[in-house]
Ligand binder design. Structure first.
Ligand code: FEO
Length: 392
């Protein structure tokens, strides 16, 4: 069996994108990514599970050609986002016998985005099965992992879950299976933070669906395949839970040193109190690292100088992202400085409507922080410690 096979009849035919450094023109990809596609040879039918980003179409075709396929009967489309569906039109051209198997919502998206004709679709229902002869595929609807139409396929006889973005990671490796579990954990957590965290309650429901199946292997559409499904399922149980950790995330920017002085002083205060602190200087930070830190932290303290009348725009961007990622943050506060006035507190408080966090009293210094400001930071650190002592 080749290193690019999952089993004797399942072949990895996807593409590695080692050099890609940005996804959706937003998400940093320090380790590139992969667009995983799998080819299953049944005794009667041949199915291709997802395709690849159009930029890597030739890699998919080269992998398929090596298998000397007489035809492809089914293209299972789990998700209409183009990193998985973008090569479908080219596949249909090259393998004209193929039909697309997908759910009603995904069919609609594929029609709208890729202009695929209606007669090419076989539309399936949740839990419906499709026989390949000696093997059976069962479709499990797992909405919002990442888009509302996203689904998974369970390969019943072998217990393999093809989970699409669910359980994935932007991590390019030459091996199909995960080898470095610490690296995979970290990349999968980053992926969860960036893609899944806004939908945490429904991701948790989907996790329960997956746990009800006899899953022996999980093959996502990005990053390595998990030979041990419990590894990634238990990580997702932790990330999707309501539990928070004794951690404070401090995304901040400082222009002339006042806010940085406050942040450094505050970091020391929290550290002395046994609180784990994760400061992110936003002018240097990879926002994926910030997103990851938001998965667990009980508290976020935003640090910003006042620019004209509001927060520094780089801070406003980070707060906007935090609000749309909907982390399970329990407490939030603001520290920073101003020159002649402004409405930074009102502005930032008005940007976090998606969060259910309690706002702790901000500490804003006029110019460089003075004794009273440092004392106020002591008060805020004590308040956070008290709150964290009662985390459940
Ligand atoms: Fe990997 Fe949501 O596409």
């Amino acid at each position: 069996m080749s290193s690019q096979q999952l089993t004797s009849d399942i072949f990895y035919v996807g593409a590695r994108d080692w050099d890609r450094r940005l996804f959706d023109e937003l998400i940093p990809l320090p380790d590139g990514t992969t667009y995983n596609a799998y080819l299953i040879k049944g005794s009667e039918k041949i199915a291709l599970l997802d395709t690849v980003d159009p930029a890597k179409e030739q890699v998919l075709f080269s992998n398929l050609e090596k298998l000397n396929l007489p035809r492809i009967d089914y293209v299972i489309s789990h998700h209409a986002e183009q990193d998985h569906s973008g090569a479908i039109p080219a596949v249909l051209k090259k393998y004209p016998m193929a039909n697309i198997v997908t759910n009603p919502k995904c069919r609609m998206f594929l029609s709208e985005h890729l202009l695929i004709p209606d007669e090419k679709f076989i539309v399936i229902k949740d839990r419906e099965t499709l026989s390949l002869g000696n093997k059976t595929l069962q479709f499990i609807f797992t909405p919002w992992v990442h888009w509302p139409e996203t689904m998974s396929t369970f390969f019943i006889e072998d217990g393999i879950l093809f989970s699409c973005d669910f359980f994935g990671s932007h991590l390019s490796t030459s091996e199909v299976f995960s080898a470095d579990s610490a690296k995979v954990y970290s990349s999968a957590k980053r992926y969860f933070a960036e893609i899944m965290m806004p939908f945490r309650p429904i991701v948790r429901q989907n996790l329960e669906k997956v746990k009800s199946l006899d899953v022996k292997m999980i093959a996502p559409s990005h990053g390595p395949v998990h030979r041990d499904p419990n590894f990634i399922i238990s990580a997702y149980e932790d990330w999707t839970s309501d539990r928070v950790k004794n951690e404070v995330v401090i995304p901040y920017v400082s222009m002339h040193g006042s806010t940085e002085t406050m942040v450094n002083y505050f970091v020391d205060l929290l550290t002395e109190r046994g609180v784990t602190v994760l400061p992110f200087n936003l002018s240097k930070t990879d926002i994926g690292e910030l997103a990851m830190a938001l998965v667990d932290a009980a508290t976020v303290v935003i640090g910003s100088p006042t620019v004209i009348l509001g927060a520094h725009p780089v801070v406003a961007h980070a707060v906007f992202l935090t609000n749309f990622l909907r982390p399970k943050t329990r407490y939030i506060s603001i520290i920073g400085s101003y020159g002649w006035g402004g409405k930074m507190i009102e502005q930032l408080s008005g940007m976090i409507g998606n969060l259910t966090a309690e706002i702790l009293p901000p500490v804003i210094a006029k110019g460089y922080p003075k004794d009273a400001d440092f004392q106020a930071l002591v008060g805020l650190a004590d308040r956070i410690l008290e709150k964290h002592q009662h985390l459940s």
